[in-house]
Design a protein around this ligand. Sequence first.
Ligand code: ADP
Ligand code: MG
Length: 294
Amino acid sequence: MPDATPLLELRGITKRFPGVLANDAVDFDVAVGEVHALLGENGAGKSTLMKVLYGLYRPDEGEVRLHGAPSGIATPAHAIEAGVAMIHQHFMLVPTLTVAENVALGLSSNGLLLDTSEVAERILELSTRYGLHVDPSAYVWQLAVGERQRVEIIKALYRDCRLLILDEPTAVLTPIEVDELFVTLRTMATDGVGLIFISHKLDEVLALADRITVMRDGRVTGETAPSATSRVRPSGSANWPRRNSSDHGVGWTRASSARTASTSPSPMGRSVTSEAVLRGATTVITPHRPGSPS
Ligand code: ADP
Ligand code: MG
């Protein structure tokens, strides 16, 4: 039987900034080999929650657990040691160093860089396995933004990450790069890595994720497992890989009420289930406009 202990559990995470309740008692978990999407509009609290997990913020309340035990993560260095990596909205690479030097940075114990030819060899292995095309000898300043993102992912893989957080990774990518990223992420999930995929694009999360949690105004407002994905793929995404999860049927759950939709096909070729999910999700993520009643 597979180990049922979640890779990650966030329990009752509350984080306040002056005048803002950024996270309000948020529960969130990730299983081994699962892609769990965090969906929500700007300001919903997604990045804050991930920064708490990654040790950039200390929560006011709540607990972060890894493999069923308190994570002990208080800094990003702890997070990396614990096998947690984060691809930020803004990349953290050193432009004047090569790809291999950037990947090796911080890995050596004696303060010197590792042998970059060995590093380059391993980079090429990872690049082949995960479809992450980069030239290890290129300088980072020479690279386009999509290539820089691939370097960041290789850096995480090089450190043997078990949980990868991607904060709005598609925002900087071309449609073809999005397709390629999704192939990479599904391959990582197949290898047992847990992934947190942050987005505000419903079509993307339906295509990629095993599970979707929706956040709004600091709170979790819903969760669903989009097992009807293949029927709601938007045009232009024919190459997106299939999720590898077993199909449990879709249960769209609101924080306050729960319902399970039927799965009979509709005349439009989409299942009733996915329509229900879409309706439910779009309702939940309707942006709050300043000045309108909440
Ligand atoms: P998301 O990533 O979903 O767009 P964030 O987590 O960035 O949302 O922000 C959640 C709320 O917390 C927003 O109202 C934002 O303005 C506020 N916030 C985020 N970071 C800080 C910070 N460092 N200081 C003050 N307020 C912040
Ligand atoms: Mg954000």
